[in-house]
Design a binder for this molecule. Sequence first.
Ligand code: NAP
Length: 310
Amino acid sequence: MDNIRNVVILGSGCAGHTAALYTARANLKPLVLEGHEPGGQLSLTTLVENFPGFPEGIQGPELIENMRKQAARFGAEYRLGHLDKADLSQRPFFLQVGKDTILTRTLIIASGASARWLGLPNEQALIGHGVSSCATCDGFFFSGKEIAVIGGGDSAMEEATFLTRFANKVTLIHRRDQFRASKIMLDRARHNPKIEFLTDTVVDDVLDASKKEVTALKLRHVKTSKVWDFPTSAMFLGIGHIPNAKMFQGQLDTDADGYLKTTNYVFTRVPGVYACGDVQDRRYRQAITAAGTACMAALEAEKFLEEQGQ
Ligand code: NAP
């Protein structure tokens, strides 16, 4: 049946475009469903300096647009929309996207993980201008400055410790006085002379959207209700990520936080269904590692179709 797709790829971040490039070059005419956040996390960042091949760095949105163009040049088809429902219990797999039904022989899940944001009035306007969820991507821009990190888990400790490479001072702001972080990571942060802790404190807003830069945070002490403006050049969020895998609950294995479980890098428990990038990677979460696992998923999908004689 020629209305059955060979490959459908969920997500249009770095992993989605890479899987599209490889499967398009294998002449499999992949369909990419772009998802809730077309372009993924790279489209939210500014200068990317750790993706090999760009000695001067490249803007995240430009990098992701280049990836898309490259895959489209080989025949990858892109469609706006996200998956409402999937039935992976039989092949071809059934996907519901809005009013459309799609049947596919293989599925590559590259739906990523979305950074958890605080939901502050001016937060979204300042992403890329001092508000960031990725210390590895954006820390360098704040060399010699003072930075705030929000959160009390391992991500926040890791980010705060990493950011001391650049910043003069890092203030870790946490809403409680107990930490979810592992002892070793908390101790490392506590012993770092550049890190100060502000506990029982929440952020009510970030300033100053009119200047397109972060100048201060509006803070509130949860026990005393004291409010004050806290001058800072950046706010890094380390309050967790949410893997975009909810729609596969019950059909694929996930860990306690909802990340898809894979074996041999990209295999889910359903033959013909692969997962790559941040939706299955809680550890590295880099563009280059997402591209790497996406390449593996694409090659496995190609091999699977070949073995099925399709
Ligand atoms: P997490 O353990 O869920 O911690 C999230 C932190 O953010 C918590 O302290 C939480 O506060 C805070 N938070 C969440 N929503 C908030 C909000 N709206 N306002 C203020 N604070 C908020 O997430 P994570 O740190 O990303 O870690 C996720 C998993 O990855 C963990 O299993 C962790 O061990 C692992 N991880 C490991 C490493 C490593 O080993 N190198 C590095 C990073 C992450 P409360 O505590 O009050 O809920």
